[in-house]
Design a protein around this ligand. Structure first.
Ligand code: BES
Ligand code: MN
Ligand code: ZN
Length: 491
């Protein structure tokens, strides 16, 4: 999908009416509809606004973000249809809602390939970003395992505004972010037989060919040589070999310390010998969404080319039961040398992440953020709205919170009091991989923290936010937006 900005010599709304596109989309809020009388007069001179006010007056165009009215062959409009979209109070969140609704209403319409978009009160940067990401979200179609792929019909979006110079950087950011989100969604959505560790490594290798990016993939022998005994223990039950993926984006001189992202890449989580119940087990194909978000961020970085250095680490394998599988009670030795008693083979995410966190030390990083669909308990705690965020450093926590809010991909800081680690004590190893049921997302974070003592570290538990269940089943691409915002804020 292509986005471009157009700065007309005349008023944006006049240019929208004259645009030779399939659908002319007009965003408007209460202000333009005259609900806030002080500002209603001047813009009301535009014929499009008059039409909107007339439709509002007769009850055909309701107030509220995402409320739409489609006007075929609207008077004075060149496009086949005029789509009026209400943006509520005009906050980025409401603009996004309107954009999702617009794209959703055109979805599947083969006569709506090219749209032009203007806003009655113009766009500021955050509104433009929200509009672009909303249009992308609402028009997204998964197709890679369909025999007759339908694909996305919306191919081109022209944004008409009179302040294009001020908006170009926001457009570039949003387009890069969209590309990252869509790559993350693509890999998240692919079924596990089409998204094995080898497939993920191929995707990473392809990213390694993009600007400023390199990729290295380690197989079982090299992983063993690194003494990643915990990661390998999870992988040993599957016939699909594990891979350890190392992506590097270099936008700054090599002397600048990198930020490291670590993504959980369990391509399917059966639970292993601690087998999960059958209901909704298919959703455990999404257990590599942390890894997919790292791939997505690298895609976005290669498009945006910010002046920072970033390393992406992806330990990826399947968690399967079988004759070779890890058993409850087994003790494994991590790369850090710490021994771990595996009381529950379904707490496998932390077992692969701990070795990647140890590997991250060699980069002497400015920060390390791991991203993982780690615990069902996080879904209980925060639902599907905010990602659980843990941080060993207050400044890092503040940066991630701000980035999440700015990108509309929010997180919420959770506690790391040492008392939460009590339950991880065991007689048989340095640490156990599970504690009791209480505070399950927090005890998982406490486990990881033992392996992340040598740098500023944060952990994002995306179990509730990485995908949607039910009728809307599918990857969300989160938290690519949060991560890209965090990284580009570092420049
Ligand atoms: N991948 C799951 C976490 C998960 C479960 C995410 C359901 C989203 C929905 C993870 O590997 C897991 O199985 N965690 C266990 C940990 C438990 C055994 C301590 C869980 O949350 O039940
Ligand atoms: Mn599990
Ligand atoms: Zn898992």
């Amino acid at each position: 999908m292509n986005f471009h900005l157009h700065s007309p010599p005349t008023q944006a709304l006049a240019a929208l009416a004259r645009s030779d596109c399939d659908t002319a989309v007009l965003f408007m809020g209460n202000e333009a509809l005259g609900k806030e009388p002080a500002k209603a007069k001047a813009p009301a001179r535009s014929p499009l606004l008059k039409l909107a006010m007339q439709l509002a007056g007769q009850g055909d165009f309701e107030a509220g973000a995402g409320k739409l009215v489609s006007v075929p062959a609207a008077p004075g409009v060149v496009a086949q249809r005029l789509l009026l979209a209400h943006v509520g109070d005009g906050t980025p969140a409401q603009v996004r809602k309107a954009a999702v609704a617009v794209a959703g209403s055109l979805k599947g319409n083969t006569h709506a390939k090219r749209i032009s978009l203007a806003a009655a009160s113009g766009f500021d940067g955050p509104q433009l970003r929200a509009a672009i990401l909303g249009l992308a979200e609402g028009s997204y179609v998964y197709s890679s395992t369909k025999s007759k792929p339908k694909g996305r019909h919306l191919v081109s979006v022209e944004v008409i505004a009179d302040n294009v110079d001020a908006l170009q950087a926001d457009l570039d950011w949003a387009v890069a972010c969209m590309r990252g989100i869509e790559l993350a969604k693509e890999w998240g959505n692919r079924p596990a037989n089409h998204a094995t560790p080898v497939h993920l490594a191929q995707a990473a290798r392809a990213l390694g060919k993009t600007p400023k990016t390199t990729c290295e993939v380690l197989g079982p022998k090299q992983i063993a040589k690194l003494k990643m005994g915990s990661f390998l223990a999870v992988a040993q039950g599957s016939r699909n070999e594990p891979r350890f993926i190392v992506l590097k984006y270099q936008g700054a001189p090599a002397s600048v310390a990198p930020h490291v992202l670590v993504g959980k890449g369990i391509t399917f989580d059966t639970g292993g010998i601690s087998l999960k119940p059958a209901a909704e087990m298919d959703e455990m194909k999404f257990d590599m969404c942390g890894a997919a978000s790292v791939l997505g961020v690298f895609e976005a970085l290669s498009v945006l080319k910010p002046a920072i250095n970033v390393v992406g680490l992806i330990p990826t394998c399947e968690n399967m039961p079988g004759g070779d599988a890890l058993k409850p009670g087994d003790v494994v030795t991590s790369m850090a040398g710490q021994t771990i008693e595996v009381l529950n083979t379904d707490a496998e995410g932390r077992l692969i992440l701990c070795d990647a966190l140890t590997y991250a030390e060699r980069f002497k990083p400015q920060s390390v953020v791991d991203i993982a669909t780690l615990t069902g308990a996080c879904v209980v705690a925060l639902g599907h709205v905010r990602t659980g965020m843990y941080a060993s450093n207050d400044e890092l926590a503040a940066q991630l919170t701000r980035a999440g809010d700015a990108a509309q991909d929010p997180c919420w800081r959770m506690p790391l009091d040492d008392e939460y680690a009590e339950g991880l004590k065991t007689h048989f190893a340095d640490v156990a991989n599970v504690a009791g049921r209480a505070g399950g997302s927090i005890t998982a974070a406490k486990f990881l923290q033992r392996f992340a003592a040598k740098y500023d570290w944060a952990h994002l538990d995306i179990a509730g936010t990485a995908w949607k269940s039910g009728a809307a089943k599918g990857s969300t691409g989160r938290p690519v937006g949060l991560l890209l915002q965090y990284l580009t804020d570092q420049t």
